[in-house]
Ligand binder design. Structure first.
Ligand SMILES: O=C(O)c1ccccc1NCC(=O)[C@H](O)[C@H](O)COP(=O)(O)O
Length: 245
């Protein structure tokens, strides 16, 4: 009998001005602070996480960076780390990869400098994921007003360039505890053969079970932020829920 794949869970640590924070709709200025990002990351690791989704929000918003702290956190982890936020050129990519992270997530660069993204996909393969942050089917930079084109046209282009994986976020759900956009995830999975990581909106164990029910379509993992910080459930409960879904 073929083995069933278990949904990977990626607890999120988003860093702004040295603090772990949560945003609403990915918008700068909407943050709530949750203290030390290293402590948060270590606590997810202690709770059994196999992945950490670590975001440098200052780098993403162009308000500085938390590069040294992100490096320290990544080095302190025994688990896999996905790094995101402000990775847009050779220097920021080199700094991110030098942390020893498992992969990086490119966002705005995929919209604004597609030639560079094609080049680094060719060079680094599986170490590069692309974040597709959407409202409706229009791509957006996180928390930004600029529009980045059509989701499915961009997906087709990135697929043709060999992109290994997509992190898909409905910005309208992000940080809102209103549930993931299952329809969007199904549509993206239908449009690509590459694995998809769901991001934004998870509010309950039932949401995670619903995402676990999409693994056969290509949903490989789910990023969980606000729900863990708001203590809607524990990470142990979440891991148990997806293991038995
Ligand atoms: O990932 C980024 O690069 C990023 C850039 C700018 C704003 C937000 C960004 N990421 C946020 C996340 O990845 C969230 O942690 C994730 O979507 C979890 O959302 P939620 O479970 O709804 O808190």
């Amino acid at each position: 009998m073929p083995s069933r794949s278990v949904l990977e869970l990626l607890p999120a640590v988003d860093v702004r001005d040295g603090q772990a924070v949560r945003l609403v709709h990915g918008e700068s200025g909407s943050e709530t602070s949750y203290g030390s990002p290293l402590e948060a990351a270590l606590s997810w690791q202690r709770s059994g996480a196999e992945w950490l989704h670590l975001v440098d929000l200052d780098a993403a918003f162009g308000t500085g960076d938390n590069r040294e702290l992100v490096r320290q956190i990544t080095e302190a982890m025994d688990i896999k780390v996905e790094l995101s936020g402000g990775i847009r050129d050779d220097a920021s990519l080199a700094a991110a990869l030098a942390t020893g992270c498992t992969r990086v997530n490119l966002g705005t660069a995929a919209l604004e400098t597609p030639e560079w993204v094609a080049k680094v996909i060719a060079e680094h393969g599986d170490k590069i994921a692309v974040g597709l942050d959407v409202r409706g089917t229009t791509l957006k930079g996180r928390g930004w007003t600029s529009e980045g084109g059509d989701l499915y046209e961009t997906l087709a282009r990135l697929d043709s360039e060999g992109c290994a994986r997509y992190v898909v976020t409905d910005i309208g759900r992000d940080g809102t505890l209103t549930g993931p956009n299952v329809e969007l995830l199904k549509n993206v999975c239908a449009a690509t053969d590459k694995p998809v990581v769901a991001s934004g909106g998870v509010s309950s164990l039932d949401d995670l079970r619903a995402l676990a029910g999409l693994t056969h379509l290509g949903v490989e993992g789910a990023i969980v932020g606000k729900a863990l910080y708001a203590k809607a459930f524990t990470l142990e409960e979440a891991l148990q829920a997806v293991a038995s879904a």
